[in-house]
Design a protein around this ligand. Structure first.
Ligand code: KIV
Length: 252
């Protein structure tokens, strides 16, 4: 699984043969320049989800329910879920936190597949901070119970973020739904990373669990070269200019 937030990135993910595209609310930081995912709105998710779908029609696409859109009021949450699912043509919605189990159940009963997200849930960073979760015996036991709860509520998949790898392995073994890890070690059923982290594209921080597979920072050199060539009169050369001459025919 890889995040993608727009037409070109989802198209690339599909061309690369990724199994699942996640239109994650991490787009708040990676493409909208917000400080956290808390600023991301339902309209942001609809806008990006629709664009990502246009780039990747044939890939299973999951769209995040943003902060405040789920787990607050059951009736309104459900309305948000229906709109997001319908308008983005997502294959599933991702919802953070075990407290959303009733909504997972309701979505499932109404035909909307849900991917649950436990461990570090970035929408709650104000409470948890951005750090390893479930690092004590009690927290680990709670997480195991929460994982069972979201599966029982109907989740079709579970994302586990920033937890000890042996705990992630145990949860993966004990659940029948696929478990996708990020910062959760190698023994989950799959992995997810953020597009901009993988490609070193406009990101300043590198969390421990991120591996870079490309380097978009070279884009800045390309933009500098373009700027220099225009200033120096090198671009556009004849190669980049239409051959057709018209001024012989024009009275000017
Ligand atoms: O929004 C996101 O990108 C995510 C992943 C980090 C799992 O939720």
């Amino acid at each position: 699984m890889l995040t993608a937030y727009d037409f070109p990135s989802s198209k690339q993910a599909e061309q690369a043969g990724l199994d699942i595209i996640l239109v994650g609310d991490s787009l708040g930081m990676t493409v909208l320049g917000y400080e956290s995912t808390v600023q991301v709105t339902l309209d942001d998710m609809k806008h990006h989800g629709k664009a990502a779908r246009r780039g990747a029609n044939d890939t299973f696409m999951v769209v995040d329910m943003p902060f405040g859109a789920a787990g607050v009021d059951e009736k309104i949450d459900m309305q948000h879920a229906i709109e997001l699912y319908r308008e983005t043509k997502a294959n599933a919605l991702k919802i953070e936190g075990a407290h959303t189990a009733p909504l997972i159940k309701k979505c499932t009963q109404n035909g909307i597949p849900v991917v649950a997200h436990l461990g570090l849930t970035p929408q709650s960073f104000g409470i948890t901070g951005y750090k390893l979760q479930a690092a004590s015996k009690e927290e680990a036991e709670t997480l195991i119970e929460e994982a069972k709860l979201v599966q029982q509520s109907g989740a079709v998949m579970l994302v586990l973020e920033a937890i000890p790898s042996d705990l992630a392995a145990t949860i993966s073994r004990n659940l029948s739904i696929p478990v996708i890890g990020i910062g959760a070690g190698a023994d989950t059923d799959g992995q997810v990373l953020v597009y901009h982290d993988v490609l070193n594209y406009g990101v300043d921080r590198k969390p421990k669990f991120v591996k870079r597979y490309g380097d978009f920072t070279t884009g800045v050199d390309a933009l500098k070269a373009y700027h220099e060539e225009v200033k120096a009169g090198i671009f556009p050369s004849p190669e980049f200019t239409y051959k057709k001459q018209i001024m012989d025919e024009v009275d000017a």
